[in-house]
Design a protein around this ligand. Structure first.
Ligand SMILES: *Cc1c(COP(=O)(O)O)cnc(C)c1O
Length: 242
């Protein structure tokens, strides 16, 4: 049985995604809901999975591994896609390369090279996004738009990775027009790479407080935690480790 409130939260978010997509003249299928479950239990993930969510995002590898293990059955049937959205450390790349389907926060070639080397040979290529520090904030990871083409070109040729697109955590803004401004800059950065033939299809942007603005500017993956699962328990309810 799916608890009523998980079902309702998933429905509410899906409705909001659909309205935002429609307002932007986009198909609702062009936006993937990534449920960000850091700080929440495997059981919470099971509940949103039963409500039809397939993509799960985690930020801390140790916490994630326990849940991936616990949800092994659900993961295989009907199938969950695991996304690592946290900060990457060089000594953790091996576990991440073998347990996740996507990695969103690539900001250094060395990390990408390690992930490519360590991706198990029997697994499909690891999907990756490059993180852009679109607001140029010292507290956040990611490369500048200027550094982007060189990193994209170098990552694109790594054999066991599939470069899918870009990811960002923009500055906190309450005003939707300001939110859109950052997301528009991301869209232009993606278009610029694609005009050079990069063939990227993913913009991972938009969180609980700004996903509608992100969809208006072309987000294909919105990463939603709080609006889906409620507030995170205190220990992890801090700013994302980016
Ligand atoms: C925690 C986190 C999210 C989800 O944030 P909410 O505001 O709870 O929706 C999205 N992306 C990243 C990278 C995160 O760390």
């Amino acid at each position: 049985m799916v608890p009523q409130n998980s079902l309702q939260h998933v429905r509410d978010i899906r409705n909001r995604i659909e309205s935002a997509a429609r307002a932007a003249g986009r198909s609702v299928d062009s936006v993937t809901l990534l449920a960000v479950s850091k700080g929440h239990s495997a059981n919470s993930i099971r509940q949103v999975a039963e409500a039809g969510v397939r993509d799960i995002g985690e930020s801390y590898f140790q916490e994630a591994l326990g849940k991936i293990e616990e949800l092994r059955e659900v993961s295989q049937n009907p199938g969950l896609t695991w996304h690592f959205i946290g900060r990457l450390q060089a000594n953790k790349t091996k576990v991440i390369a073998s347990h996740f389907d996507w990695v969103h926060g690539i900001e250094r070639l060395k990390i990408a090279e390690r992930l490519s080397e360590q991706r198990p040979f029997h697994a499909p290529p690891l999907n990756v996004c490059l993180q852009v520090n679109i607001g140029g904030e010292a507290s956040k990871g990611g490369v500048t738009v200027t550094e982007l083409p060189a990193l994209a070109a170098a990552v694109a040729v790594l054999p066991r990775l599939k470069l899918r697109g870009l990811m960002c955590i923009p500055p906190d803004e309450d005003d939707p027009a300001r939110q859109r401004m950052w997301f528009a800059a991301m869209r232009r950065a993606l278009e610029e790479l694609n005009s050079g033939g990069a063939g990227l299809d993913t913009l991972s942007m938009g969180m609980s407080g700004d996903f509608e603005a992100a969809i208006a500017e072309g987000a294909t993956i919105v990463r939603i935690g709080t609006a889906l699962f409620g507030e995170r328990p205190r220990a992890t309810n801090t700013a994302p480790p980016q």
